[in-house]
Design a protein around this ligand. Structure first.
Ligand code: ZN
Length: 110
């Protein structure tokens, strides 16, 4: 499969990993939109929440709790924003579900 995030998860493309376990990998976005901009990517390939089954939904719930528990150590103790773009018109540029983690500064909303 020609998916850049699958290749990053597999280690075929290098990334600056900050966390990984058997379900998710978290690494630095190469084009950061905030002082801290990380991507949390499930190891399993699926593109959209609409395709997720119950097990994948539970995995995403665990991912959210993991992000919350890691936040202080990642420099996000003052607050952070999670974004999941769904579909090209929303700005989803890679069709492998991912959670943007933004913070490290005061974030605007516009
Ligand atoms: Zn993928």
């Amino acid at each position: 499969m020609d998916c850049i995030f699958c290749k990053i998860v597999a280690g075929e493309i290098p990334s600056a990993r900050v966390y990984e376990d058997d379900e998710i990998v978290i690494f630095k976005d190469i084009a950061p939109k905030a002082k801290i901009h990380l991507l949390c990517v499930p190891r399993e390939h699926f593109a959209h929440l609409a395709e997720a089954d119950a097990g994948q939904g539970e995995m995403l719930g665990r991912a959210l709790l993991k992000i919350a528990s890691l936040a202080p150590a990642l420099g996000l103790g003052e607050g952070y924003r999670l974004v999941v773009n769904q579909g090209e018109s929303a700005g989803q540029t890679v069709p492998h579900l991912h959670i943007h983690i933004l913070g490290g500064e005061r974030l605007g909303w516009d």
